[in-house]
Design a protein around this ligand. Structure first.
Ligand SMILES: [Fe+2]
Length: 246
């Protein structure tokens, strides 16, 4: 579904709009005159539903040239291999998590615990995949009319990346699982989720003038995004843990 000019939601599971597999994160499509980009991929189950959603919007999946991963948790990165095989797109991932995309183990990122919790089906196996570009944070990449800047924001996971996009005065942040609606953070009981990292990362999102905030799950914002980020920054100034999304 089109959620703003040049931005579509083409995948979303149970923590969102249920337009694709129930485990999928939000999968966003950035439209440009020089080829489109995806932000995150989904879990790797029922990938064809994401492809169908793209076609329903009148867009050609073969025009997607880039896939930017916010991190490599399976609900975000499990469809990477299938999409790369199908569309030949270029895969971007944090240098800190590139090895997990190549050869993740169930224990590496809490997938074993998530299967016990029933989040992923029994027997689920993460489809490994070779990334094309390893990001350090601070890179600027042009996607047609859009200028995309990468921000390395570990805390939810070791290699979480937020993507700041600008076009015609718009300031848009794709925040993955770092910060979501209301300024809630997403700490998990697994490797890579570290409060100290989050304390050091979140100030990178201060004073960016974010209007549109598109997180990996839940409600997204078409205006006023910076206020929600500021709520998280304020919560991290106190002794008790900040509000968690789940
Ligand atoms: Fe995650």
């Amino acid at each position: 579904m089109k959620i703003n000019e040049g931005i579509y939601l083409v995948g979303s599971g149970g923590a969102g709009c249920m337009i694709s597999n129930s485990v999928d994160c939000h999968v966003y499509l950035i439209e440009s005159s020089e080829g489109h980009a995806l932000i995150d991929a989904g879990v790797g189950l029922e990938v064809e539903r994401v492809i169908d959603n793209i076609k329903k919007e009148g867009l050609d999946p073969q025009d997607i040239n880039h896939l930017f991963l916010t991190h490599t948790h399976a609900d975000h990165a499990g469809s990477t291999k299938a999409l790369k095989d199908m569309l030949g797109l270029k895969v971007y991932v944090s240098k800190a998590e590139a090895h997990l995309l190549r050869s993740s183990d169930l224990m590496d990122q809490g997938l074993d615990v998530a299967i016990i919790d029933g989040i992923y089906p029994q027997g689920y196996k993460f489809p490994n995949c070779e990334p094309d570009v390893e990001l350090n944070g601070g890179e600027t990449i042009n996607i047609g009319e859009w200028e995309l800047t990468t921000i390395h924001t570990p805390g939810h996971s070791k290699g979480s990346i937020c993507y700041l996009l600008k076009r015609d005065g718009r300031v848009v942040l794709f925040s993955g699982d770092v910060v979501v609606h209301g300024g809630k953070l997403m700490f998990l009981n697994c490797e890579g989720s570290v409060m100290k990292d989050m304390r050091e990362s979140m100030p990178k999102l201060a004073n960016l003038g974010i209007e549109e905030l598109y997180p990996g799950h839940g409600c997204f914002l078409c205006a006023g995004g910076q206020e929600h980020v500021n709520n998280a920054l304020e919560a991290l100034k106190h002794l008790t843990p900040p509000p968690n999304a789940f």
